[in-house]
Ligand binder design. Structure first.
Ligand SMILES: [Zn+2]
Length: 64
């Protein structure tokens, strides 16, 4: 299972996205971010979104 936490992304809340695949984890993190970190997501260009997704992949952890 793969996990990615908001704290890994430099945020202070305790949300952790979990999933079987990178795509699943990223979907869950994006959904959470759109809801809970609106100000962070607002005004992001496509390029910045790509950067953020890259960072998500790098920060993602493999857990048993
Ligand atoms: Zn969060």
């Amino acid at each position: 299972m793969k996990t990615l936490s908001c704290q890994d992304m430099g945020m202070s809340d305790n949300f952790v996205a979990k999933g079987a695949t990178e795509e699943e984890v990223m979907d869950k993190m994006m959904m959470h971010a759109k809801e809970m970190h609106k100000d962070m997501m607002e005004g992001k260009s496509d390029e910045e979104m790509m950067e953020m997704k890259k960072m998500m992949k790098e920060k993602m952890k493999d857990e048993m």
